[in-house]
Design a protein. Structure first.
Length: 337
């Protein structure tokens, strides 16, 4: 399917904010207000989806509510970009109800991460639209003091400039603490030095970016929304609730599905420390075991995932992974027009 690049975002553009999954925005109104204000500070106008702060059990409204917000944002010609409030567990519920013809006819920037992976990959698979694994309103835009400088630069380079991002340079720092939202988050979180990405298996690969949360991506296995991975650079991450055992299971499932027969390279994001990798249960050993017999390059600990700061990965755009003494990822094409 031909790739569709959305128009770039410009100062004064209207950004729609939606909650396709979790109802967290319902519980943290101060953090939400701060995230919306940060978008305005960056020069955009903001429209909150009608159901973005609703709560219905573990979701932000019914499937119909959440689909309606997405459809309204895509259908409205005044809305130039759509950013999600946060992830969750349920965005894949919407895929069977989405009007993909509507989305394809109204291409625009669509951004979020974590559980939003299901929408990224489903929309890209069915329309060819480039979607953006990147900052969300509550976790990143809503940070005390606004976006971290690294995240702000990554956001602007990815969706506001119609030129290739080039090398995704590592952040100089990583966040070192968690502050409870709307209770303790009145200051920027403390940071420590970032060791940067690491080489696991050497090599050079070029291919289309396919990026997302690994557990969410695997929910799409066997469905019409599973991505085309032929020749792709697969970029995956996961969150603080995982363990070495669950991560091992995911990467083994990819092997048994034949994914490693298809991809050109593997890029793994930074896992939160709470996942608990150790010398005897390391990410390196898990990956080398799961990919035994293959030769594609592997780089790990890149700046995306559930540990700030993060860069932006555009699904469907050509990239280059170079793994030698260190690991480098470069975006070779514009993601927007």
């Amino acid at each position: 399917m031909p790739v569709i690049r959305p128009p770039r975002l410009r100062p004064g553009d209207l950004i729609g904010v939606v909650s396709p999954s979790s109802p967290v925005a319902h519980f943290v109104p101060r953090r939400l207000k701060r995230g919306l204000a940060e978008l305005e500070r960056l020069g955009f106008r903001v429209r909150l989806g009608r159901h973005a702060t609703e709560k219905r059990g573990h979701t932000a409204g019914t499937i119909a509510d959440r689909v309606a917000d997405l459809h309204e944002m895509f259908a409205d010609p005044e809305v130039k970009g759509i950013i999600t409030t946060i992830g969750g567990h349920s965005s894949h519920q919407l895929l069977d109800e989405l009007d993909f013809d509507l989305i394809a006819a109204n291409p625009k920037v669509f951004m979020g991460y974590s559980d939003i992976t299901a929408l990224h990959l489903g929309i890209h698979a069915r329309t060819g639209l480039v979607t953006f694994l990147g900052p969300a309103v509550l976790p990143q835009f809503g940070e005390a003091g606004g976006l971290m400088p690294y995240v702000r630069q990554a956001f602007q380079r990815a969706v506001c400039t119609a030129s290739p991002t080039g090398d995704l340079e590592p952040s100089p720092v990583v966040v070192a603490e968690t502050l409870k939202w709307d209770v303790e988050d009145d200051r920027p979180r403390r940071t420590t030095a970032n060791p940067g990405p690491r080489a696991l298996r050497r090599g050079l690969a070029r291919g289309r970016i396919v990026a997302g949360n690994l557990g969410t991506m695997l929910l799409l296995a066997g469905t019409p929304y599973w991505p085309d991975l032929r020749g792709a650079i697969l970029c995956v991450e996961d969150d603080e609730t995982e363990t070495p055992a669950s991560v091992d299971r995911y990467f083994t499932q990819l092997r048994q599905m034949g994914v490693y027969d298809l991809i050109a390279g593997l890029v793994v994001g930074r896992f939160p420390p709470s996942v608990g990798f150790s010398a005897e249960d390391s990410l390196e050993e898990i990956l080398l075991t799961a990919t035994r017999g293959y030769t594609f390059p592997i780089g790990i600990d890149f700046d995306f995932g559930h540990w700030d700061p993060i860069f932006v990965l555009p699904n469907g755009v050509q990239a280059e992974l170079a793994v030698g003494e260190t690991a480098r990822l470069a975006i070779l094409e514009p993601a927007v027009v």
